[in-house]
Design a binder for this molecule. Structure first.
Ligand SMILES: [Zn+2]
Ligand SMILES: [Zn+2]
Length: 252
């Protein structure tokens, strides 16, 4: 038992080292994770969605719960229309957020440098109401990807014109194609096992604490730390180890 724990600690340390030395090779950007004292842990996904979106959250929840380290459960949302972050869980919302360029937005608040303390997912009906995006495939992909970000996962690939990798954590021009990008793939589950290989002495899951938040406009997201034609990642530093990381997938 003791040896096993030690082995896990060494693996976690090695994984951390890998993230810092080859950020490109890993898609768990920044190694952000929910603090928890045992695996698998259960994360609540607050449903603030209108009826036409509920099945997509349900699919994403089932898909990600196949992971050996975490489970998700869809619960009644607590943020209504404004999608305000609730500590210890994830809030998921849809709304016509306007022609602001983004199709989907995932934000995670981080405390103590790496521990996720809340997550929000927003999908923009201004674009999902158009013929281009009003398809089950686009809705499945974006919901899956944004929920995936709230666990600390980044993108497997930021290119949009290359072939689909068969994972929702991949940008694309066409979610279907020969290999569909509608669901997580084995690499995503492996990545989650790596991120959550270690255990923490405290938990941020289901805990109440003040969490920093950002708004719906780019101006509030802080510094852009990753960029590609189809999506960007921003970090807003609130000081003392507190930050909000925002993953945006652009429409068009
Ligand atoms: Zn930890
Ligand atoms: Zn993304």
């Amino acid at each position: 038992m003791r040896l096993k724990l030690l082995a896990a600690a060494v693996t976690a340390a090695a994984a951390t080292l890998t993230f810092t030395t080859s950020a490109q090779a890993s898609h768990s950007w920044g190694s952000y994770h929910w603090a928890r004292t045992s695996n698998p842990f259960t994360l609540k996904l607050g449903d603030n969605l209108s009826s036409n979106w509920k099945s997509y959250l349900s699919t994403a929840s089932t898909d990600w719960s196949a992971s050996s380290v975490l489970d998700t459960t869809v619960v009644t949302g607590q943020s209504n229309n404004n999608c305000r972050a609730t500590s210890g869980r994830v809030e998921v919302c849809n709304r016509t957020y306007g022609n602001n360029g983004w199709l989907g937005l995932a934000s995670i608040s981080v405390s103590g440098g790496t521990h996720i303390s809340s997550g929000t997912v927003k999908v923009n009906d201004t674009y999902f109401n158009t013929s281009t995006y009003n398809t089950p495939s686009w809705k499945t992909l974006v919901m899956c990807q944004e929920v995936g970000h709230t666990f600390g996962l980044g993108h497997q690939d930021e290119g949009q014109t290359n072939a689909n990798l068969g994972t929702c954590m991949d940008y694309t021009n066409n979610p279907d194609g020969p290999l569909s990008n509608l669901h997580p793939n084995t690499h995503d589950y492996d990545e989650l096992e790596s991120i959550y290989a270690h255990l923490d002495s405290t938990s941020t899951v289901d805990q109440s604490a003040a969490v920093p938040t950002v708004g719906n406009s780019k101006a509030s997201w802080g510094k852009r730390v990753a960029h590609s034609a189809h999506g960007d990642t921003y970090v807003r530093d609130f000081g003392k180890g507190n930050a909000v990381i925002t993953f945006v997938i652009w429409a068009g």
